[in-house]
Design a binder for this molecule. Structure first.
Ligand SMILES: [Zn+2]
Length: 270
C-alpha cells in the first residue's frame, strides 16, 4: 500500500517548523565566519545522526563548506544548497521568527534554510522507512552563495562533475514558479572613452562618450526576451563633467538574469 506522504509530513510539521526555527535563530550572514560555522557544526551533527559521512571543508575567510554523503552506488546525485544569508547579524531582533497566516518568517527562512530542512526530513524518512536508493546522495551545503560562491565554487564544480545530476534546492519564485534551470546571469560595467573638447568653441574636435553610450544602452536593453527568460537592464550610468565640455568618459552598470522557470500549472519539464 502506498504511503500517504502528505499526511506523513503533515504530522511531522511541528518538528519541521521547530527545526527551521532553530536554524533561523542561528543567524548566518555570509561575512561572519564564526556565526556561519556555528550553524555548520549543528547541521553536520544532524546529518551524521542519520548515518551520513560528513566532511567539513575548512575555509579561511568564509564559513567551512559541508559535504554530506549518504548511501552507496556507482552513480551519485548532488543536492546543492547554502546556509549563509544576506541579512546582517542582529536582523532577528527586528524580524523575529514568527508564523503568521500559515507562513513562517525570519531571516533566511525562505532563502534557503527551509530547503536544507526539507532535505533533512526527506532523508530522515528514507532512513527510518528503510527506503532503498539506487544512487548515492551527496548534499553540498555551501557558505558563501550570497556573494557568488567565491570560495565554494571549485568544490561545487568538482562535485557536480562526479554527479549524474544536481538538484538545487533554492526556493521557488515569488509566484510559486519552480526554477528548473539557470542559463546564467551576470553583472557588467561598460566603459566608453571619447575625447573632451569645449562644447562651444571646439565641438568638432570632441568625441562625445555619452552619445556613443546611448546607442549601446538601446542595443543592450533590446536583448531582453521575456519568453526566453532573458532580461538585461542598464541600472546606473555615470559620466561627463560639466555641461559645456564634450564628455570623454562614461560608464554604465548592466545586470543580466537568464533564468528558466516552470509554472506549477504547466506539466512538469521532462
Ligand atoms: Zn539562496
Amino acid at each position: 500500500m502506498a504511503t500517504n506522504w502528505t499526511a506523513h509530513y503533515q504530522q511531522k510539521l511541528p518538528d519541521i517548523l521547530a527545526e527551521l526555527r532553530t536554524y533561523v535563530e542561528m543567524e548566518t550572514p555570509t561575512h561572519d565566519k564564526q556565526a556561519v560555522d556555528h550553524l555548520g557544526v549543528f547541521i553536520a551533527d544532524r546529518f551524521r545522526s542519520l548515518g551520513c559521512k560528513v566532511d567539513i571543508i575548512p575555509q579561511s575567510t568564509y564559513g567551512n563548506q559541508l559535504r554530506v554523503e549518504y548511501g552507496e552506488g556507482d552513480e551519485q546525485i548532488m543536492v546543492l544548497g547554502h546556509f549563509d544569508t544576506v541579512k546582517e547579524m542582529g536582523t532577528l531582533v527586528r524580524e523575529p521568527w514568527k508564523i503568521e497566516d500559515g507562513r513562517a518568517f525570519g531571516p533566511g527562512t525562505y532563502d534557503m534554510k527551509a530547503g536544507i530542512i526539507f532535505c533533512y526530513f526527506a532523508l530522515k524518512t528514507i532512513v527510518e522507512e528503510n527506503i532503498p536508493l539506487k544512487n548515492k546522495l551527496v548534499f553540498f551545503w555551501n557558505t558563501d552563495e550570497e556573494i557568488g560562491s567565491v570560495s565554494s565554487e571549485k568544490w561545487i564544480r568538482e562535485e557536480a562533475r562526479r554527479s549524474k545530476c544536481a538538484l538545487v534546492i533554492e526556493p521557488a519564485a515569488g509566484d510559486g514558479s519552480l526554477k528548473t534551470s539557470r542559463k546564467g546571469g551576470g553583472e557588467f560595467v561598460l566603459k566608453v572613452t571619447g575625447r573632451a573638447a569645449h562644447a562651444g568653441n571646439d565641438h568638432a574636435l570632441g568625441v562625445n562618450a555619452i552619445e556613443e553610450m546611448a546607442h549601446h544602452v538601446i542595443a543592450i536593453q533590446s536583448f531582453t526576451d521575456y519568453d526566453a527568460g532573458t532580461t538585461l537592464s542598464v541600472g546606473t550610468i555615470r559620466g561627463g563633467s560639466v555641461s559645456n565640455v564634450v564628455p570623454d568618459y562614461v560608464e554604465a552598470d548592466i545586470v543580466s538574469a537568464l533564468a528558466r522557470v516552470w509554472k506549477p500549472r504547466e506539466s512538469p519539464p521532462s
